[in-house]
Design a binder for this molecule. Structure first.
Ligand code: ZN
Length: 354
């Protein structure tokens, strides 16, 4: 892809200084409240619905985003294995009704999903975006195998229990999920995605309940398989956290340098601040983030956003390798005025002097 926006993003991904700090915000766009006419539920069974909602959001903004992160319902693989979730009134949180893996023996029943069959619609979404967007690089969301296992394919309790009592059965399941993630990621890249957004830690409990050895054995080992198998220019890793847990302690000692990605994103407002994160990881990775998705972007005023973007850019701009983004998926009720406020402020403060 040859485009100004792609070159800008690629520059920071490679740790270089671009012409201007790039920016991107991501969320469950088919569920976005001001973007009427799209269905969150439909987007999990119709790739065109997802693609159209993402493109519509880009079109509505006053300022061009430099990259699009495509965010499907993150349990999209679990659904194919038989888990059931309840979509109500286009609310982005679709609670779990039933999981595919209810007991240890059920890990055996998972099979490798095909990008040409069960996951076809998600690949089709990439094909449509690739054809219609042309100048905007987009990346597709791939949740870490252990996180998928805990939150959707099965439950945190079942996974933690099997870790203790039936590790081989759990590992068998993780291998299947991992191979599915590999095949699917490759298909997205073949369909035109510039890369993947690899999400680890979702749900937060993993950071509280697993020690470093367990993280290596059940998380990193499988994540690495996916990341090593997929060749693409952008590998942005999101280190998710919730009130149930965050990995600040290991993050601050550089533990995540073991990951073969080229950009890091985390909720820098609830644990390690972005400036400190750039000091620790800036030589190894592009740093992406800086905006508080929960309070500022959702409830803040455009003036507050202007100041927050200014401050983040001042803290992280030097030397390049930095991109403005949210700490996690923005809420579906984030107002359009706040999207535009981010874009406007990036234009105002993000330029690098020649
Ligand atoms: Zn997150």
């Amino acid at each position: 892809m040859e485009s100004e926006r792609y070159n800008r993003v690629l520059a920071v991904i490679q740790g270089k200084v671009p012409d201007r700090v790039p920016w991107a915000l991501w969320g469950h766009f088919p569920a976005c409240e001001w973007l009427k006419g799209y269905s969150w539920e439909k987007s999990v069974r119709d790739g065109e619905e997802s693609a159209k909602a993402h493109m519509a959001l880009l079109r509505e903004l006053d300022y061009n985003m430099d990259m699009l992160k495509v965010t499907p319902y993150y349990r999209f693989m679990a659904i194919q294995w038989g888990s059931k979730f309840e979509f109500i009134n286009n609310e982005e949180d679709a609670p779990t009704k039933e999981v595919a893996v209810k007991k240890t023996d059920d890990w055996e029943k998972l099979w490798v999903l095909s990008p040409r069959k069960e996951l076809r619609e998600f690949v089709r979404s990439c094909e449509i975006l690739s054809h219609d967007l042309r100048r905007v690089p987009f990346i597709y969301t791939i949740p870490s195998p252990i996180i998928q296992a805990m939150n959707g394919i099965s439950t945190p309790d079942q996974v933690l229990k099997d870790m203790k009592e039936n590790p081989d059965a759990l590992k068998h399941g993780l291998e299947t999920i991992t191979q599915t993630a590999i095949d699917f990621s490759k298909a997205c890249v073949d369909a035109g995605a510039a890369g993947i957004f690899f999400g680890i830690g979702g749900g937060g409990r993993i950071w509280r309940e697993l020690n470093e050895k367990q993280l290596e054995e059940y998380d990193v080992y499988y994540d690495k398989k996916v990341l090593d198998a997929v060749k693409c220019p952008i590998k942005l890793m999101h280190i998710c956290s919730t009130s149930l847990g965050n990995p600040q302690e290991i993050f601050d000692k550089g533990w995540f340098k073991k990951y073969s990605v080229n950009a890091l994103n985390w909720d820098s407002h609830s644990w390690t601040p972005i400036k400190k994160g750039k000091q620790i990881y800036g030589d190894n990775y592009c740093i992406c983030g800086g905006l508080d998705h929960a309070r500022l972007l959702r409830r803040g005023t455009p003036e507050q956003i202007d100041q927050a973007v200014k401050q983040t850019i001042e803290e992280c701009k030097e030397g390049g390798g930095f991109m403005i983004g949210p700490g996690c998926t923005v809420f579906q009720d984030m107002p359009i005025s706040n999207f535009n406020a981010v874009g406007k402020a990036v234009w105002k403060y993000g330029e690098y002097k020649k």
